[in-house]
Design a protein around this ligand. Structure first.
Ligand code: NAP
Ligand code: HSE
Length: 428
């Protein structure tokens, strides 16, 4: 039987999952490829830390990347280290040495995916990155190989497990953001520094990758307008539920005749929308194509074996390409990205205001909104004391910039103590 030797860059959550999957499903993989995939070398920073790892076969751990790059027996390198700069340098060197690469590194791919893909094409090697979006959910290959006969107009999804876990727990148990975040950290979903997840940056990188694949234009993390979930409170979730909505962190890519928009922000979606029922740390992505209509992908967006499932399927694809001598022939980008002006993006909004509990305040609020041409869809006065009342409004679709101006004006009124929150309502 033929054998393809590979190297892993990194042996943490994902790298160890790749080794485990190759061991457990080795026979199944060989049966399909007529080729054995053998892990020859593994790059880590601290070799000693891995000395007790039980791995079948002679695998050599090293902290020296040159041992991998100079080894002509290694034809595929799996980059599961994280970090952008060093990983990019390693991947470029792999391409220059005729080695194909599989990577799970969304940070890198969201910024340099297309330049790296072009280099891999030039060097006639493969570059695959299924695990860079939504871990085990097979969305990357679906975008470029299964939905590519369609004109894609919308990609909307829950692409970060940590924030979905936090919002799900706040919804189901009425707990605070802080308590849900601490639980997510205890369960190992959120990092000790959870900024990338809760501020929406992780989801922003994933939607930049999917937008590039869906719209065939180079989009990066910097093209995404990002807002996190830090300001969402148990009160917002409760009021949204009373109005028939669920709050989720949504990553949204849309393309119309005015251009492309990429946004990550919390959004109210109707309880009967399929994304509303995606709970805990799961991910789900809905794609709208002009021929296929709406399709949805759902599954584990992270974790050792789910992510390894995506990495090894990429690896199998590369081996298939090597076996038939057909690597490095992919081109996802056909034109420049034309971004839609943010001033042209509109949606209905949920607003929660803390106001003075006195006559005429609601009239003043309605007047300000009317001045900006904003129509009120519904208004409920919630908890109140002798001095303060909480007012929750749903306003009709309005341009983001107009809503921001109206909120500023409302905030300047003496009778309005605070704009407690303003969250977009997503109508899909
Ligand atoms: P991890 O558990 O922190 O493991 C990182 C591994 O890479 C460790 O073995 C580490 O070695 C090694 N490493 C890091 N920097 C290195 C360097 N400069 N030189 C040599 N080795 C280095 O990370 P992970 O969770 O497996 O994530 C790996 C990649 O997969 C990231 O790009 C991540 O975004 C992506 N990803 C992860 C998941 C997930 O569920 N975890 C899901 C999808 C995508 P030492 O231990 O010696 O430092
Ligand atoms: N931190 C990510 C999440 C997993 O919570 O979904 C890796 O992409």
């Amino acid at each position: 039987m033929k054998q393809v030797n590979i190297a892993l860059l990194g042996c943490g959550t994902v790298g160890s999952g790749v080794i485990e999957l190759l061991q457990h499903n080795g026979a199944l993989i060989e049966e399909q490829l007529h080729t054995k995939i053998s892990v020859k070398r593994v790059l880590v920073r601290d070799v000693e830390k891995y000395s007790n790892l039980e791995i079948a076969g002679p695998v050599s751990f090293t902290d020296n990347f040159q041992e991998i790059i100079q080894d002509d027996d290694i034809s595929v390198v799996v980059e599961v280290m994280g970090s952008a700069d060093f990983a990019r340098e390693c991947i470029e060197q792999c391409f220059h040495h005729g080695k194909s690469v599989v990577s799970a590194n969304k940070d890198l791919i969201a910024d340099y995916g297309i330049p790296l893909l072009k280099l891999s094409n030039m060097k006639n090697v493969d570059f695959q990155f299924e695990a860079s979006v939504a871990g085990g959910v097979p969305i990357v290959r679906a975008m470029y190989a299964s939905l590519n006969s369609n004109r894609i107009s919308e990609i909307i999804g829950i692409m970060n497990g940590t924030t979905n876990y936090i919002l799900s727990q706040m919804t189901e148990r009425g707990i605070s953001y802080q308590q849900a975040l601490e639980e997510a950290q205890a369960k190992g979903y959120a990092e000790a520094d959870p900024t990338n997840d809760v501020s929406g940056y992780d989801a922003a990188r994933k939607i930049a990758i999917l937008g590039t694949l869906g719209f065939h234009a180079e989009l990066t993390f910097r093209d995404v307008r990002v807002e996190g979930i830090e300001k969402i409170t148990a009160e917002d979730i409760k009021h949204a539920a009373e109005m028939g909505y669920v709050i989720k962190l949504l990553a949204i890519a849309r393309q119309d005749e005015e251009g492309i928009s990429l946004n990550v922000h919390p959004g109210l979606i109707r309880k009967n929308h399929p994304l509303a029922n995606v709970a805990d740390a799961y991910n789900a992505i809905c794609v709208r194509g002009n021929c296929v209509g709406d399709v949805m992908f759902y599954g584990a967006g992270a974790g050792s074996l789910p992510t390894a499932s995506a990495v090894v399927s990429d690896l199998m694809n590369v081996v298939m390409h090597l076996n038939i001598g057909m690597t490095g022939q992919r081109n996802f980008v056909n034109h420049e990205a034309k971004l839609k002006s943010q001033d042209r993006i509109s949606s209905p909004y949920y607003l929660r205001l803390m106001v003075k509990n006195s006559t005429g305040v609601l009239a003043d609020t309605a007047n300000v909104l009317a001045t900006y041409g904003i129509s009120i869809r519904s208004l409920i006065q919630k908890d109140e004391t002798a001095e303060v009342a909480e007012v929750v409004l749903l306003i009709d679709s309005s341009a983001d910039s107009i809503v921001q101006q109206a909120l500023k004006k409302l905030e300047s009124l003496a009778c309005i103590y605070k704009i407690a929150n303003a969250i977009r309502v997503i109508e899909v």
